[in-house]
Design a protein. Structure first.
Length: 207
């Protein structure tokens, strides 16, 4: 049985045995099993998460619900975590009376890319979305930290410190407003998978 949690991820509650429907989707290129899940210990005893196959993506594109610009990118586990967090925010938001505006709608305002220019560099958040309530409209960019990047580094690579400084410059220059066509303020939502990383981040920004 498939349970849809976002346009891009289908969760199948099963172990080693595939249902007939799952097998048909896999055979018809409408679903695919990302191989990273097979690398964990006792993989057959865990629920599998199936991504959309090439045919299903083509069907979504034909229906103009592709949303490819905000499809999570990078390592599969990072993309999966980003998709789960975004879906959880959408579900909880709707349950509490908020209207969820997905990233593709925001990017369509100016036909913008997800990356925000900062000088000669570009900051690419993991996701962008907005929530509308009776009192107003608020936009968010999501940064998911799985502990794979340093807190700070002297090398020219991504780190938590570098991300904080880049977002600070974006807010000083207000470059996100003309880039995305937004009138509302933008909030950066950092999500950490461990309390240790969260605490290091809070020390970094002195909160």
């Amino acid at each position: 049985m498939f349970i849809s949690v976002s346009p891009w991820f289908q969760i199948a509650k099963q172990s080693a045995y595939k249902s007939r429907g799952t097998s048909k989707c896999l055979a018809g290129s409408r679903a695919t099993l990302p191989p990273q899940q097979r690398a964990i210990a006792k993989a057959d005893f865990h629920p599998y998460v199936y991504d959309l196959g090439l045919k299903r993506r083509a069907e979504f594109k034909h229906l103009e619900i592709e949303g490819s610009q905000t499809r999570p990118t990078g390592h599969w586990w990072h993309s999966f975590t980003t998709g789960c967090i975004t879906s959880a925010i959408e579900i909880c938001g709707r349950q509490n009376g908020y209207e969820f505006n997905p990233g593709d709608r925001i990017l369509a305002l100016r036909n913008a890319k997800l990356g925000i220019p900062v000088g000669r560099q570009t900051v690419v958040p993991d996701q962008i979305f907005a929530l509308r309530s009776k009192t107003g409209f608020r936009s968010y960019v999501l940064e998911v930290d799985r502990g794979t990047e340093p807190v700070q580094s002297s090398a020219a690579r991504k780190s938590l410190k570098a991300s904080v400084e880049q977002y600070a410059q974006i807010f000083r220059d207000q470059t996100h407003k003309p880039h995305f066509g937004l009138k509302s303020n933008l909030i950066v939502l950092w999500v950490f998978t461990t309390a240790t990383r969260r605490d290091r981040f809070l020390e970094l920004v002195a909160i």
